[in-house]
Design a protein around this ligand. Structure first.
Ligand SMILES: [Zn+2]
Length: 334
């Protein structure tokens, strides 16, 4: 089981600076290179780093590099480089920036979006991306908001008002969105609509997207599992929708966060998940996968396919160990 150090108050105070620069803010986060530690510093940080390296193998080294750090984690910002809007599977498209993306699932009954991106990037990023991919926004039926932070739900009211999209979120994160302080610049929430519940599929046309509650990053963060099509082959993708890039900030919610990671690792493994998609694709190797997808020849394996049946579990375990390493570093340094 996971044992956590309690955070010194001084640490929490020092992390407050980081709080304002996470993905929920739209302000750019200055890049600060991660601080590395030497192996001679035998402490909890090193133990978690070591465990992370073991679970990562070669497949998830990006998680270790990005997340297993004593220093500030690069959380991305609202003006990070745009990624090329791409059809990654026959039924799945990705649009957005290197740090935050929206997935579009194409179904026989219209389009389902996973997240909606930033409020002020519907017209500048999302809709142009859809146009480039030949997707008509009038076909958007559902927008599934994986958690109630501005970089994920921000665009949803526009899609609701302009295209009549139904917005889906967990009950707890409807409350998170509705409690947003719009006076301080947070985008308005969508009008209350559909509630996602544990394991209850969201169906649209021939698509079945199954949500699971993964509280921690927010009280009602959800992850989704859905089939993706690659020619004749059907695979199963998962988006873990509540990744906390700076885990120590979660404070009291930390145990719940780690529990959600463990639980979703079990769910994904049991459901045969063999594709990882992230709404913050900063550390899952997405950039390289998109590059390989471009160069893919007929008969080449799909670059988004995981290496082994335990890959997803190792991904989650690496994420967990690195988050615990961050917590240990915050405790030690505080
Ligand atoms: Zn968030």
């Amino acid at each position: 089981m996971i044992v956590m150090k309690s955070l010194a108050l001084a640490t929490i105070a020092s992390l407050t600076v980081l709080t304002t620069t996470t993905a929920l803010s739209q302000e750019p986060v200055p890049y600060v290179p991660p601080t590395r530690v030497t192996t001679s510093q035998a402490d909890a940080f090193d133990e978690h780093l070591q465990a992370a390296r073991e679970s990562a193998g070669t497949e998830w080294l990006g998680v270790v590099d990005h997340m297993c750090t004593r220093g500030p984690v690069v959380t991305g910002s609202a003006d990070d480089p745009l990624i090329e809007p791409t059809r990654i599977f026959d039924n799945v498209y990705v649009i957005g920036r290197t740090s935050t993306v929206v997935y579009v699932i194409e179904t026989s009954g219209g389009l389902m979006l996973i997240d909606a991106g930033y409020s002020d990037q519907v017209d500048s990023v999302l809709l142009p991306g859809m146009a480039q991919l030949g997707l008509d926004p009038q076909d958007i039926r559902y927008v599934v908001v994986l958690h109630g932070h501005a970089d994920h739900y921000g665009g949803s009211p526009h899609l609701q008002q302009r295209f009549g999209a139904r917005v889906v979120a967990s009950e707890a994160d409807w409350e998170v969105m509705e409690a947003m302080d719009t006076a301080s610049g947070r985008p308005a929430p969508p009008v209350r609509d559909m509630v996602a519940t544990e394991g209850e599929p969201i169906r649209l046309g021939d698509a079945v997207v199954t949500p699971f509650l993964v509280p921690g990053h927010t009280p009602g963060a959800i992850s989704v599992v859905f089939p993706v099509q690659d020619g004749e082959n059907t695979h199963t993708a998962a988006v873990f929708g509540g990744t906390a890039l700076i885990a120590p900030m979660l404070g009291d919610a930390l145990p719940q966060y780690f529990e959600s990671i463990d639980r979703f690792a079990d769910i994904a493994t049991n459901m045969g998940v063999d594709v990882v998609l992230q709404n913050h694709p900063l550390f899952d190797g997405m950039h390289g996968k998109l590059e390989r997808l471009k160069l893919r020849g007929s008969g080449d394996p799909h670059p988004f396919l995981l290496a082994a049946p335990d890959s997803y579990r190792r991904f989650m375990e690496t994420l967990s160990q690195c988050s615990q390493a961050q917590v240990a570093a915050a405790g030690n340094d505080g």
